[in-house]
Design a protein. Structure first.
Length: 96
């Protein structure tokens, strides 16, 4: 299929449970559109941020393991950056 990646997301603490579930579903749908496959979500919940991000001091942490084509990583990152409910994100290649 593709390469294995792990992504870390910090979502806005302003999201309720339904809003967070919608954001996670959007990410899953986007990865599927790019031909990827979700392997595992690990949700840590709400945590205090080390420093203020976009005026917020708390965020909801979630980690995702997935596979996708390396060419889609840049497109995924662009969509994540435009999403106002994602305060920060980072994807790393697990095979390197």
């Amino acid at each position: 299929m593709g390469r294995a990646y792990e992504a870390t997301f910090i979502f806005s603490s302003a999201l309720d449970e339904d809003g967070l579930a919608r954001e996670i579903a959007k990410i899953e749908e986007l990865i599927a559109k790019e031909g990827g496959a979700i392997q595992e979500w690990n949700q840590w919940g709400r945590r205090r941020l080390a420093y203020e991000i976009k005026g917020q001091t708390d965020g909801y942490y979630a980690f995702l393991k997935y596979e996708t084509d390396p060419a889609s990583i840049e497109r995924l990152g662009q969509v994540y950056r435009l999403n106002e409910n994602i305060l920060r994100h980072m994807s790393i290649n697990l095979e390197e």
